[in-house]
Design a protein around this ligand. Structure first.
Ligand code: ADP
Ligand code: MG
Length: 567
């Protein structure tokens, strides 16, 4: 069985293709969404999901979130007493989803389709594959998130022919994709996006505003207080999606600070971010050679599209209302499972075909000789695969070294749309060995192959000898070698993971601790009492007693949050 996984910045989900449709799988606490957060506690082991997210506010030093944004950067994160790469943290999330699927499906799961933002670059894609391998997965395909969303919608399509625009604003990334559908064939026409723009940036704006209004510098609060203020900013941001003003109380050192913000002010503070959303939309439309009027359906995906500013922007640009038929939190995982079904040649999907594109231009650097051998213009970008070419694609051209007598030809690979490489993203450095020839320049044929997962392979062929070398990245920060992946896989196998059947209890304790820090007075006293009662129940090691106590506390909590006592 192949599963489909949405490995998000904020939330991750896993699904499988059932009898005739994709089906989401629940995690250990009974939710479809598993927060992409990891808590490291040597005593109890690694904890993933909602419990870890709650612990982020009470034990920020032992907890990590939003690490997808750092995938492929080589940055090590200190969590508790250990250090982890972002790939390893993602691997913990993937491992936990894997355990959920294995429990539900009753078999060992290895094969997976994993979704990535369309605008993820080669390094970020390879980092995602590395994370999956560390978690024990065999990645059958990476699928672009908006493409996955369109697959899920395509399965439900009533009309036979239409042009879709998918806008996916998640926690950390933004993608726009235009697709055409005709009799079961779905074809991506263009994708554009911003791999560093998401709902989290909107939360940061509110957090900065609150810091300022409380009289603190940007980094003026201790970690734990900052984490709590940010969690409050997140809650308030979500409230603003359904009401014109939102407020909350920030508790610090026994004092309550009421905070409030209006939607109008929020939209003013985040105007710069909203402006960044327009650009990729315009580019995708012009690349697809369409006009806004030719778009039949607008589909919003990703939690952050719940902000009214996004649907208003779409309505203004396209003069029609966007669709929300499928849950924007679920649709990418469902689509990844449809892709899994397609790879399994599932009978229910016989009529369906999907093609995708490479959303950005890939090329390398060259130099040009101007008036003489010492007068060079360097760092010019030479595109080889142009953006929005249908994948898989393979393109090559011949390049000539500047002078004879070299033993290597060095090329740097870049992704981007700027004429000079300094303004594009470097994704690797390569060295093609060439035979020593003091008299003549040895020409080299450079071939880029971009596969259906959006992963790039580069080959260099010396024209005179026909010797082909598969180019290995020499100096890319953040790229893991196969040996390193293996090492990390073995290392992770040894790390203690919190027992799955105790996750519900751990999650409840994390939640109670977070609520305790957030409240004062009578409420705080009640929470403390429940915490103690629950800890006592845990000590009995009696499953039934523990479950009864957990249910009782959960009901109390629900009652309190239902009566808005925590707002
Ligand atoms: P990812 O795919 O990156 O994990 P999601 O699609 O789960 O992201 O979206 C997460 C983002 O959506 C977060 O930034 C979160 O704050 C935001 N979000 C969720 N619900 C709302 C809401 N009601 N209003 C505004 N933003 C929301
Ligand atoms: Mg997402």
């Amino acid at each position: 069985m192949i599963v489909g996984i949405d490995l998000g910045t904020t939330n991750s989900l896993i699904a499988a293709f059932g009898k005739d449709k994709p089906v989401l799988i629940q995690n250990a606490v009974g939710d479809f969404l598993t927060p992409s957060a990891v808590h490291n506690n040597r005593k109890n082991g690694i904890l993933v999901g909602q419990a870890a997210l709650d612990l982020l506010t009470t034990e920020p030093q032992n907890t990590a979130a939003r690490f997808k944004r750092r995938m492929g950067t080589n940055g090590v994160l200190q969590i508790g007493r250990d250090q982890f790469l972002p790939e390893e943290l993602s691997a913990f999330v993937l491992k936990s989803l894997k355990a959920d699927a294995e429990k539900e499906l009753g078999e060992t799961i290895e094969d997976a389709v994993i979704s990535v933002p369309a605008y993820f670059n080669d390094i970020q894609r390879k980092a995602t594959i590395a994370a999956a391998q560390i978690a024990g997965f065999n990645v059958r395909r990476l699928i672009n998130e908006p493409t996955a969303a369109a697959l899920a919608y395509g399965l439900h399509a009533k009309e036979n022919e239409s042009t879709f625009l998918v806008v996916d604003l998640g926690g950390g990334t933004f993608d726009v994709t235009i697709l055409e559908m005709f009799s079961g064939v779905m074809e991506v026409r263009a994708s554009a996006g911003d791999a560093f723009l998401g709902g989290e940036d909107f939360t940061d704006c509110i957090c900065s505003y609150f810091l300022k209004s409380l009289g603190y510098e940007e980094d003026g609060l201790p970690n734990a207080d900052h984490a709590r203020l940010r969690a409050l900013a997140e809650k308030i941001k979500q409230q603003l999606s359904s009401s014109p003003t939102a407020n909350g109380v920030f508790v610090r050192e026994g004092t309550e600070y009421p905070l409030t913000i209006s939607r109008t002010l929020f939209e003013e503070l985040t105007e710069k971010l909203t402006r960044r959303i327009r650009l990729p939309i315009q580019r995708a439309i012009s690349d697809a050679q369409l006009t806004p009027a030719q778009i039949d359906r607008i589909i919003l995906v990703g939690g952050a599209t719940r902000m009214p500013v996004i649907s208003n922007l779409m309505t203004k640009l396209f003069k029609r209302f966007p669709e929300f038929d499928l849950n924007p939190d679920h649709v990418v995982a469902l689509g990844a499972a449809v892709q899994a079904g397609l790879l399994e040649r599932h009978k229910a999907l016989e009529e369906m075909v999907m093609t995708d594109v490479c959303p950005f231009t890939l090329g390398h650097d060259i130099s040009r000789i101007l008036s003489g051998p010492n007068d060079l213009e360097t760092g010019i970008f030479a595109p080889l695969i142009e953006r929005n070419t249908t994948v898989p694609v393979s393109r090559s051209h011949i390049i000539t070294p500047l002078r004879p007598g070299g033993r290597h030809l060095a090329i740097d690979i870049y992704q981007g749309e700027a004429p000079y490489v300094k303004d594009n993203i470097k994704i690797g450095s390569y060295n093609v060995p060439i035979p020593y020839n003091p008299k003549e320049c040895e020409n080299v044929d450079i071939r880029f192959t971009y596969d259906t997962s959006g992963v790039l392979e580069v080959l260099g062929t010396v024209v005179s000898t026909g010797v082909v070398s598969k180019l290995i990245i020499e100096r890319t920060p953040g790229q893991m070698s196969p040996q390193e992946i293996k090492q990390r896989f073995t290392a992770l196998e040894r790390i203690k993971i919190h027992p799955r059947d105790e996750i519900k209890n751990a999650a409840l304790i994390a939640r109670l601790n977070a609520e305790y820090e957030n409240t004062l007075g009578q409420q705080r006293q009640s929470i403390s009492d429940w915490l103690v009662t629950f800890e006592i129940a845990l000590k009995t090691h009696d499953k039934r007693e523990i479950e009864a106590a957990r249910k009782a506390v959960e009901e109390h909590l629900q009652f309190l949050s239902g009566s808005n006592a925590f707002e």
